[in-house]
Design a binder for this molecule. Structure first.
Ligand code: MG
Length: 252
């Protein structure tokens, strides 16, 4: 490259940068040019702790009232045990489903695996949270309990393991704080953008804007099938008496 050509190209580059900056915001003059006031950011009241529902959340379960849920088996009332401020899986009664559908959301949920340790691997304190009824965030007692990495607590089941195992012990309450982004489908059913998920397990980042590769499959690879923009959340009955409490959601 000749010196002249190099000079020409660098001049063009400089000019371009200056022009772009000039168009976006001058670096001198009125600082107000880079402020915008509308729309104003909505004011809400946060809870007193990070676990407490903020004022704009939908409380899905407050420890007593399970009426925002129905039985997956027959659409009737929840058949799980509601006692002592928690909802506990009753083996064989089936999962429970929110009556309302949700797409993009922030979900807070607390769960506890049985204090009495029974079984091993996937057979110990197994449940799960199925976003849109299809994409499972695993719930499992993974305290001193090895299983396949992409099937342990806080994994996107059979897809992506958590970044770390932040599990508390059996019988202890644990938290998930989740940001879920729903998939978008084209008219023909193809995926325009896949679902994404960020998860904090007991306050620790374990899924960082993870792509979900399709609906959870026990056997075979994940599979996307076109569905609505809002679908209910399901909590799984995997036969273990796992408890849930303090469930709230903020549709985004
Ligand atoms: Mg499960």
């Amino acid at each position: 490259m000749t010196i002249r050509l190099r000079y020409f190209l660098s001049s063009v580059l400089c000019l371009t940068i200056v022009t772009v900056n000039a168009q976006t915001a001058p670096r001198t003059g009125d600082a107000k040019l880079t402020e915008y006031w509308d729309p104003a950011v909505r004011i809400i009241s946060p809870g007193k702790t990070n676990a407490e529902a903020p004022s704009d959340a939908i409380v899905l379960f407050d420890g007593k009232d399970a009426s925002k849920w129905k039985s997956q088996k027959d659409d009737g009332p929840v058949k799980w045990q509601v006692a002592d401020g928690a909802m506990t899986v009753v083996k064989g009664t089936g999962g429970i489903v929110t009556k309302e559908g949700f797409g993009d959301c922030q979900l807070h949920i607390e769960w506890r695996t049985p204090a009495e340790v029974k079984g091993e691997g996937q057979g110990r304190g197994n449940s799960g949270i199925f976003f849109m009824g299809k994409y499972e965030l695993q719930v499992l007692d993974n305290y001193n309990n090895r299983t396949y990495s992409n099937g342990q607590a806080a994994s996107i089941y059979k897809q992506t393991p958590p970044l770390v195992n932040a599990s508390r012990g059996p019988g202890e309450w644990q938290t998930y704080d989740i940001i879920f982004t729903a998939p978008i489908f084209a008219e023909d059913g193809s995926v325009k953008s896949p679902a994404r998920i960020t998860v904090f397990h007991n306050g620790v980042l374990v899924q960082n804007n993870t792509t979900i590769w399709g609906g959870t499959q026990y056997i075979g690879t994940p599979l996307y099938e076109k569905h609505g923009a809002k679908e209910p959340i399901i909590l799984q009955d995997h036969g273990d008496p796992v408890s849930f409490r303090n469930i709230w959601i903020r549709p985004l």
